[in-house]
Ligand binder design. Structure first.
Ligand code: ADP
Ligand code: MG
Length: 705
């Protein structure tokens, strides 16, 4: 028997939870902390000192020696710089570990090397980390020891956001403020705020570490840059939801335990569509905590994989020809007195508040489809979006039969007098119970799907932070709520019902083009979307410019989420990130081609040539050997030519200065040259003796984990 896990006991054992604060803090201090968490404001210096001491004592009791302000710079991952609690010893040489309120609340890492897109020149490098009191501190344990991690936001000297968290927090305030205006219109006086909730489903691949270490492309780029397809792919669909193998199972078990300790509610786990691909989903929580936790999930996935002799790949497309990985970002809005604004109830046609919220969301998504698309773009995701495995690069909304019918009634007559009901599920087997079924079937191909009481934004890439998608979602919906509230607050109470119906009808009529319930992966949809005038933004580079249109600047400045300068800096960073990433990939390809593939193939042609001669000398027919030799030599020549072209392109790139132009050059020219090099090498892999091939194949990597 394996040892029994006490999940209730280990859950959040490494988190400085509210419960622990309640135990350890004087009552008035605890109350002040709770008030600031819920309503905002600042802790007094005295209170901050008391909290810091309690936090430090708890951390030290659990083995901590250092603390860090844990933040999320624009690299998309997290950053930390450790400081020990050690202080100056007294004259007797005794040292007392200390941690002050000041150190808890504000830090000044010399973090000038993070991308700032020009917001921060190195000569004016001050940047501050500021405690996000709403996200709990936790302990991270690894070879460095135990570190107290304090979630923080990261800003410049002038208060400009240098991270992903600051705008997210700003967007959460914006949507709360505007959503409250909506619920007030419907008589909800009890709610004091509206919280954006997020539950991200995280996909990942696991590969054997020994094999991983033999592939420079996986090491440097996180994805394979070469590789012929294995004889078997995902066509039998035998991996999806399949029985979890022992090695993977024991990984998942460890991963869950580590996450539970960190207070992450790891809930669902299963095998995904591609071989070696898996998924983990936690229970949803407040957006900023969900963002922090998703970072911890990604980090823990990698760490635990190492312990099991495996490597976790979070790249959106580690292997060509099999499904890539994404992250379904489930999002909803709930008041602090327990009303989910996206819950339609049994009869959505009667739920006017829900219909208004829905109409606003459709309006927001239609108006800012470009921004939503941008928020889900990163370099790796360019391989997925629009590639018949993930939602297309076109934003549309799936509502399902029931809501689509209600929308239709509203658009046609201004009234909706009925809702389609789910009915009974009949299996035709007398021993199986007839159960109620949902009013709506699912649609797996939609990028933005209504799934019962939430929207599921399915475009997000697996390695990306979910901060940007949620910031954008909150911002665009805040704007729509604000505009609706501006209209409706003016109306006399006795005219309210008519006015709200008119407004819902108006929004739905104007924005119904964004609704699409069909197959999002089909070519017909691409044509239909073009006919409807919906944007089809094919790449990250093309999407980056959407951040600085007049429309975007107006939206983000209006709600204090981004300034124009912040948006411009982010656009600049996206171009830089794209170019740098493709440059690394191209250099890795050149390295592998020159030092691994081409020498291996040269050796192989030499062996073949020797064979041809020997066979001929022996008086036998060497035509097969000769034919293989010719074919291999021809492909080798093709590879060499493509390699030269790629090198020339990189040389040209090195001479270019404008970041936007450079990014487009990498996308259009360098990337194409990379594909041209890959093709002959992959073909050679199919021709050359496996024994001489210098790296593990796709089959080795994804079928033999
Ligand atoms: P589905 O099967 O429809 O994708 P699941 O129940 O598996 O739904 O949930 C997927 C994710 O959505 C989980 O992380 C879950 O916690 C989250 N989720 C469920 N309800 C909500 C909600 N109201 N708001 C945000 N996320 C939610
Ligand atoms: Mg889902």
């Amino acid at each position: 028997m394996s040892e029994v896990l006490n999940v209730e006991e280990i859950f959040a054992s490494k988190v400085f939870t509210l419960g622990k604060m309640k135990e350890r803090l004087p009552r008035n201090v605890y109350k002040e902390v709770k008030r600031v968490m819920e309503q905002g404001g600042e802790l007094s210096k005295g209170t901050a000192d008391v909290v810091a001491k309690a936090m430090k004592d708890w951390a030290v009791e659990n083995g901590a020696t250092h603390y860090t302000h844990w933040f999320q710079p624009l690299t998309g991952i997290t950053a930390e710089k450790h400081d020990s609690f050690v202080t100056h010893p007294d004259e007797e040489g005794r040292m007392l570990m200390e941690f002050s309120g000041k150190e808890l609340i504000k830090g000044e890492p010399d973090a000038s090397s993070f991308p700032s897109g020009g917001l921060r020149a190195t000569f004016e490098a001050r940047g501050y980390t500021v405690w996000d009191i709403t996200s709990p501190a936790f302990l991270k344990e690894d070879a460095t020891g135990v570190i107290l991690c304090i979630p923080t936001a990261f800003c410049s000297y002038k208060g400009e956001a240098l991270d992903k968290k600051t705008p997210l927090l700003r967007s959460m305030e914006a949507i709360s403020e505007q959503a409250i205006r909506i619920v007030r219109l419907f008589g909800n006086t009890g709610a004091t705020k509206v919280v954006a909730s997020v539950g991200p489903e995280q996909e990942y691949f696991l590969v054997d570490r020994e094999k991983y270490l033999q592939r420079k492309d996986l090491i440097f780029a996180g994805r394979t840059l070469f590789g012929a397809p294995a004889p078997k792919g995902q066509e039998l669909e035998d991996h999806y939801f399949g029985t979890i193998r022992e090695r993977i199972g024991s990984y998942m078990k460890d991963l869950n335990v580590e996450l539970w300790k960190l207070g992450v509610t790891a809930k669902t786990q299963h095998n995904e569509v591609a071989p070696a691909q898996h998924e983990l989903a936690p229970i949803y929580e407040t957006a900023n905590i969900a963002v922090d936790h998703n970072q911890l999930v990604m980090e823990t996935m990698k760490k635990v994989a190492g312990r099991h002799g495996m490597t976790c790949l979070l790249h959106e497309k580690p292997f060509a020809g099999v499904n890539g990985s994404g992250k379904h970002n489930n999002w909803s809005l709930a008041t602090d007195n327990g009303v989910n604004l996206l819950d339609p109830g049994e009869t959505p046609n009667e739920n006017v508040q829900f219909l208004l919220v829905l109409a606003c969301i459709l309006k927001a998504v239609d108006t800012h489809a470009d921004l939503l698309r941008q928020s889900a773009s990163d370099v790796g995701n360019d391989h997925r979006l629009g590639a018949n495995e993930a939602p297309p690069a076109i934003i549309s909304v799936f509502l399902g039969e029931q809501l689509e019918d209600v929308v239709k009634q509203l658009v046609e007559t201004g009234m909706a007098d009925h809702s389609i009901q789910g009915g009974k599920l009949q299996t035709g087997v007398s021993t199986l119970p007839d159960t109620d079924k949902d009013a709506t079937d699912r649609n797996r191909t939609s990028p933005f799907a209504f799934t019962g009481n939430k929207f599921e934004f399915r475009m997000v890439g697996s390695s990306d932070s979910i901060a940007s998608p949620n910031t954008t979602l909150n911002a665009i919906v805040a704007e729509a709520f604000c505009e609706a509230a501006d209209e409706l607050e003016k109306v006399d109470p006795e005219d309210f019902e008519v006015a709200v119906h008119d407004l819902i009808k108006k929004y739905l009529t104007e924005h119904q083009r964004i609704i699409f319930n069909g197959n999002g992966y089909s070519d017909e949809w691409v044509k239909e979307a073009a006919r409807r005038g919906l944007p089809n933004i094919k790449s990250m580079v093309e999407a980056s410019g959407t951040l600085t249109t007049d429309k975007a600047i107006k939206l983000f400045e209006r709600f204090g989420i981004f300034t124009k300068a912040e948006l411009e800096s982010r656009e600049e960073i996206l171009y830089e990130t794209y170019s740098k990433t493709i440059n690394i990939e191209a250099l890795t390809m050149i390295d592998m081609a020159k030092k691994q593939y081409i020498p291996a193939v040269i050796q192989y042609t030499r062996d073949l040539a020797d064979t041809v001669l020997a066979v001929k000398e022996a008086g036998a027919d060497a035509s097969v050997q000769s034919a293989v030799l010719s074919e291999v030599s021809a492909k080798l020549a093709e590879a060499k030519k493509a390699l030269t072209v790629l090198e020339e392109k990189l040389a040209k790139a090195a001479s270019m200065e404008d970041q936007k132009e450079l990014a487009f050059f990498f996308k259009d020219e360098v990337f194409t040259a990379m594909e041209a090099l890959r093709t002959p090498i992959d073909e050679l892999e199919m021709l050359v003796d496996k024994k001489v091939w210098p790296v593990p194949s796709y089959g080795d990597l994804i079928f033999e984990v």
